[in-house]
Design a binder for this molecule. Structure first.
Ligand SMILES: Cc1cc2nc3c(=O)[nH]c(=O)nc-3n(C[C@H](O)[C@H](O)[C@H](O)COP(=O)(O)OP(=O)(O)OC[C@H]3O[C@@H](n4cnc5c(N)ncnc54)[C@H](O)[C@@H]3O)c2cc1C
Length: 423
């Protein structure tokens, strides 16, 4: 990773971002209360929480705000935090229920408070491919009922699902109007601007080369440094600084294609209520419409590069199995990004030193969770570390050779999970 890579990957989001950030690189020596490394949702969310509390925060980003997964993901706003059952034993069921929706509330409030134009919409379908998935959806619906979930939620038959999303690919679905979708890059940039309004400083094109640990850790980039009371590492799958963190997650790529804007007739047929849709497989597929009515379709490929033609060649045939009616549709964008997957699928919060904290490992569900972890990191720095302490007790598993053999391990993982999906 270098500061000379192109600003953003060639995504639909980069092409439609409503505010092009041009923050100056880090030059010279600076002093901060908190220095955050990485300007994705984790970093920016933490910075905004802290800046709102009056902390002097400096954010150092190797590329641009939202350059990583945060600015190029599926935009699906999904409640929940990984390892909920384990967390419930540690903090109680109610606290976990609150935690699973907390990120949604933070996003809702920020969009309102800071007037962030990010196409935030509510409405979500978890779809079933196999009978066992239908049973899972029934359990999930019961879980929502048991917690008196206020937003509309109900199970849909195959015919009702077909009626809503124009495909016979699914046996049924769980409609949940509490989840939704948004333009992630516009949200991330909007929150970055809000952090700056609250006094934060952001540096772009400034890869951090190392952290000098000590009572006042110093974050070094090529042409400057920030000395701080606390450092937050928020590099997730793109992080290379602390080997101990690198070994705790596998950077798995996920890819998205975006069609040309669909005709009103096609929109009516395949998604008239503008819902985000996600299947239950480990190697999952997800899709939704953008504000300008393109179909954004995401999934995994057995591929590590970023060539749009190759991405389309793998994803378009999969999409056409669901929507043969799109066979004449052009696909104008294709891109990918890295997801940090912990081997035991549990989100990771912790410290590499008493004053150097981190959060990572959201798998493919990061939009909601990064907003909560940002809040929890900010709380811990401000001296209230109950939630941080509990979550940081979740076991992490180190993968021997994860940094060196990640491709081989991911290929093996894809084979393993692909087989599980077929059962
Ligand atoms: C294709 C794709 C689709 C996804 N779809 C969804 C979805 O629909 N819904 C959902 O909830 N989640 C989704 N996710 C997951 C979600 O996007 C991530 O979990 C989340 O964005 C992680 O945010 P982050 O800030 O921790 O990491 P990132 O957004 O990756 O940000 C990390 C930042 O740190 C910077 N950085 C790293 N090292 C350094 C360094 N040395 N110096 C300075 N800066 C550094 C990087 O440049 C980067 O900008 C998807 C992810 C991908 C890749």
């Amino acid at each position: 990773m270098t500061g000379t890579e192109p600003a953003h990957v060639g995504s639909y989001y980069a092409a439609t971002v409503n505010d092009h950030t041009e923050f100056a690189p880090l030059r010279g020596e600076h002093r901060a209360d908190v220095c955050v490394i990485g300007a994705g949702f984790t970093g920016i969310s933490t910075a905004l929480h802290l800046a709102e509390k009056g902390y002097n925060v400096h954010v150092v980003e190797a590329h641009k705000v939202g350059w990583g997964a945060s600015g190029r993901n599926g935009g699906q706003l999904i409640a929940g935090i990984s390892a909920e059952k384990r967390l419930a034993k540690m903090m109680g069921k109610q606290a976990v229920w609150d935690l699973r929706w907390a990120g949604h509330e933070i996003i809702r409030q920020r969009v309102r408070t800071y007037n962030i134009d990010c196409d935030l919409k509510y409405g979500y379908l978890d779809v079933a491919i196999k009978p066992r998935h239908v049973r899972d959806l029934e359990n999930n619906c019961r879980y929502l009922d048991d917690n008196n979930f206020a937003d509309e939620h109900r199970l849909l038959s195959q015919a009702e699902t077909r009626d809503l999303i124009g495909t016979d690919a699914y046996l049924g679905a769980l409609l949940n109007m509490g989840n939704g979708h948004l333009h992630p890059l516009n949200l991330c940039v909007g929150e970055a601007r809000a952090a700056v309004v609250n006094g934060a400083t952001i540096y772009e094109q400034s890869p951090v080369t190392h952290i000098e640990h000590g009572s006042k850790p110093v974050v070094h980039a090529d042409s400057g440094a920030v000395k701080a009371d606390f450092v937050v590492i928020a590099g997730n799958a793109y992080h290379r600084l602390e080997p101990i963190l690198r070994g705790q997650v596998l950077p798995v790529n996920s890819f998205i294609i975006a069609s040309e804007p669909l005709t009103a007739e096609l929109v009516r047929e395949i998604n008239r209520d503008d819902l985000a849709v996600c299947d239950p497989n480990y190697i999952l597929q997800y899709f939704r419409l953008s504000a300008d009515k393109r179909l954004l379709f995401g999934g995994r490929c057995n591929y590590f590069g970023m060539d749009p033609l190759l991405i389309k060649s793998q994803l378009v045939p999969r999409l056409l199995k669901i929507y043969p009616q799109l066979r004449d549709t052009r696909f104008e964008f294709a891109w990918g990004g890295s997801i940090a997957v912990p081997v035991n699928r549990a989100v990771q919060l912790g410290r590499v030193a008493p004053n150097v904290l981190y959060a990572q490992g959201y798998s493919g569900h990061g939009i909601n969770v990064t907003h909560v972890t940002g809040q929890i990191l900010a709380e811990a720095i401000a001296g209230t570390s109950e939630r941080f302490d509990v979550i940081s007790q979740l076991k992490t598993m180190r993968v021997p050779g994860a940094a060196t053999f990640s491709r081989q391990l991911i290929t093996l993982g894809m084979i393993y999970y692909g087989l599980k999906d077929r059962l």
